[in-house]
Design a protein around this ligand. Structure first.
Ligand SMILES: CSCCC(=O)C(=O)O
Ligand SMILES: [Fe+2]
Length: 193
């Protein structure tokens, strides 16, 4: 089963509900790719010995790893942390998360600044590029166990919106705006005219 993503109904109040539009407006894998969002489906039961996970980590240089439990019993300062996770922000680096147990929503902004909700379930691994505006909410299951990966010493610092002058934001906007994408796809012969 592929990862599911959809546009949010901004008028729906509860952050832990799906917040589908009416009718629902689903978002494809290729649309997520255009935004620089990568994802894989892995077997979370064998994460300690998983060759596919090892290959991803080796090819992308994810040498750091830890596991975070998001639930009141296991996460210190739970309320404050969950509030911060849901505050729109960017990072200097990729955010790499692999859902081992439970489920939740990663929201990312598209090119037109609309929220896309990505439903992360057991076995979903996701990479958010540096500079993309995002946030995390639990769903009604209220539990998420995430593997966090990183290249080198981890830095979790969030930079809350607005961050238009932040270098990571500027680089993201430059790499993932429509113009850049078009000019990459445009054959040189056509560009000459
Ligand atoms: C705990 S992972 C999801 C929340 C987030 O975006 C972050 O920690 O930066
Ligand atoms: Fe983040």
């Amino acid at each position: 089963m592929a990862i599911e993503a959809w546009y949010i109904d901004e008028s729906a109040a509860d952050k832990n509900l799906p917040r589908h539009r009416n009718p629902p407006e689903f978002v494809s894998m290729s649309k997520l790719l255009e935004l620089g969002v990568l994802n894989w489906r892995l077997n979370p039961k064998i994460y300690e010995n998983d060759e596919d996970l090892r290959n991803i980590r080796e090819s992308r240089g994810y040498n750091y790893m830890d596991i975070l439990n998001i639930c009141p019993e296991k996460l210190e300062n739970y309320e404050e942390k969950v509030k911060n996770f849901y505050t729109e922000h960017i990072h200097d680096n990729e955010e790499i998360r692999y859902c081992l147990e439970g489920s939740g929503y990663f929201d990312v902004r598209d090119k037109d600044d609309r929220w896309i909700r990505i439903w992360i379930r057991e076995g979903d691994m996701i990479v958010l590029p540096a500079g993309i505006y995002h946030r995390l909410a639990l769903d009604t299951g209220n539990y998420l166990q995430l593997m966090r990966l990183f290249i080198g010493e981890p830095v979790w610092t969030p930079f809350n919106r607005p961050q238009e002058e932040h270098p990571a934001r500027k680089a993201y906007v430059q790499n993932f705006t429509e113009e850049t994408q078009e000019s990459i796809r445009m054959p040189a012969a056509l560009e000459a005219h």
